[in-house]
Design a protein around this ligand. Structure first.
Ligand code: ATP
Ligand code: MG
Length: 329
């Protein structure tokens, strides 16, 4: 089943007291995001801090209502579901957060934590203890982990429990919001391998949210690059690494330490600060920091344009080059 986001927008209202009374301002956390996540793929969402990744995750889960736009799963509208309809949706779409401490009840033993979703969502057939043991085994934990409390486990083990809790309801899609960002590199690799194995085994779809470009390229089939709540570029992870076209993506990639010194030659430096999402720049949000910006960039927001094979970029300069190449051939 395909998950589709269509012109999704989320603005948060801020009220600030000023000399003349109360001033209303809006944080544009997610701004006109459209994308399709295909069944069985690992889809990466990459962006710097504050680019709107978690807001997008919360919208997909229905924890936030979109200001505008819609979300469909297999063609069915799922934005703003409540009650039983929302629970049915959560049976199909689960999330793993960065910090399992915030999602695992500290006063419950691991066995109880895993039994709860099985009971609540009514997926259990057969013995509950057996089901819990099977879940623990799936994520590489011993059955004895059942009797432990979250604080008695290591960070990696806790994240394994969070994965088991997500798997308990037999979902189709798992959203991982910076799920391995807080872990040591070696533990990170183990969890990534576990997620890959589970994907193979259950044919899962992943939405993998991270600020770590290397990690997303390693783990994902396709990637969307987010900047100030907008998609700058979407393409396969190979294309992102080998031939990124958006100046922002190019700058992001050259900021990542490259093992191959040849790849460091044409480095573009990302200068200046990421602007505030309260008053985002007019036109392309990246234009104040972009070395290639032309007059149009500060005037009109570029559309995502397909430059071939589903590789899409939102950049006036890229679009212009594509049109020029097409005209001369
Ligand atoms: N409930 C809220 N009220 C007001 N502003 C919010 C709210 N939630 C998010 N924001 C703002 O929306 C913007 C996007 O936040 P979000 O948490 O989605 O970013 P992020 O990409 O997940 O960042 P990080 O990498 O730091 O987790 C930020 O400017 C943030 O301050
Ligand atoms: Mg976040």
């Amino acid at each position: 089943m395909q998950l589709s986001l269509s012109h999704l927008k989320k603005s948060f209202e801020l009220t600030q007291r000023s000399g003349w009374g109360v001033e209303r301002k809006f944080v544009h956390a997610v701004s006109d995001v459209s994308l399709d996540i295909r069944e069985g793929e690992s889809f990466g969402i990459v962006g710097e801090s504050g680019s709107g990744k978690s807001t997008l995750a919360r919208l997909i889960l229905g924890l936030e209502q979109p200001t505008e736009g819609g979300i469909t799963l297999g063609g069915r509208d799922v934005a703003g579901l409540t009650g039983k309809a929302r629970r049915d949706y959560w049976k199909q779409v689960q999330i793993i957060f960065q910090d399992p401490f915030s999602s695992l009840n500290p006063r419950m033993r691991i066995g109880e934590i895993l039994a709860e979703p099985i009971r609540n969502y009514g997926v259990a057939t057969g013995d509950l203890t057996e089901r819990v043991e099977r879940l623990l085994k799936l994520v590489g934990l011993a059955p004895t982990a059942s009797n432990r409390y979250p604080h008695e486990l290591s960070g990696g083990q806790r994240q394994r429990v969070a994965i088991a809790a997500a798997l308990a309801v037999e979902p189709r899609i798992i959203l991982a919001d910076e799920a391995v960002s807080a872990l040591d590199v070696s533990v990170q690799a183990q969890i990534i391998n576990l997620l890959s194995d589970l994907k193979q085994q259950f044919g899962l779809t992943y939405i993998f949210i991270t600020h770590d470009l290397n990690l997303s390229v390693y783990f994902c089939d396709r990637i969307a690059v987010l900047y100030l709540g907008q998609i700058m570029e979407i393409c396969s992870s190979d294309a992102l690494l080998e031939r990124p076209v958006h100046p922002y993506t190019q700058a992001l990639i050259s900021a990542v330490p490259a093992v191959d010194p040849a790849k460091r030659k044409n480095r573009t430096r990302l200068t200046g600060e990421i602007p505030s999402p309260i008053d985002p720049p007019k036109g392309c949000p990246f234009h104040p920091r972009c070395a290639l910006a032309i007059a149009q960039c500060s005037e009109t927001r570029p559309e995502l344009v397909d430059i071939g094979n589903g590789h899409r970029a939102a950049c006036h300069v890229v679009t212009q080059n594509v049109l020029q190449t097409a005209a001369t051939t």
